[in-house]
Design a protein around this ligand. Structure first.
Ligand SMILES: [Zn+2]
Length: 124
């Protein structure tokens, strides 16, 4: 994946390439796995002190290539405002295939789809 941070003030960008075989997705109530995957690819704001003195940057993750196997982990736990662990029991909409739009995959990638082969459910 390509992680791009861009200063909102001067526009300076830094790019980091990271290899992943698994991704952790935030459980979004009523959302499909496709939407949860899209959520981590959506541009976010972060606090970062740039050399120009500004404190706010944009961060964007993009797939450069798709791995042969990608493990998606849906985070079913969150912390409450009092820092207690809470299990989320929202149902998850799961389809047999995830589409990754062409803007997130380089043109060298032969197939912009991820096929779901297996689903594991762990109860605690
Ligand atoms: Zn800057």
């Amino acid at each position: 994946m390509q992680n791009t941070r861009t200063c909102k003030s001067c526009g300076f960008s830094s790019v980091i390439f990271e290899e992943f075989s698994n991704l952790s997705l935030n459980l979004l109530p009523g959302a499909s796995v496709q939407e949860m995957l899209q959520d981590i690819l959506t541009e976010t704001e972060l606090e970062y002190r740039c050399d120009c003195g500004a404190n706010t940057s944009r961060q964007q993750h993009n797939f450069v290539t798709l791995p042969r196997v990608l493990i998606l982990h849906v985070k079913r736990f969150c912390f409450t405002q009092f820092f207690k662990l809470k299990k989320l029991s929202h149902p998850i909409n799961l389809h047999g295939e995830l589409m990754v739009s062409s803007s997130q995959v380089s043109t060298n990638s032969p197939e912009p789809n991820i096929h779901i082969w297996s689903v594991g459910v762990f109860n605690t």
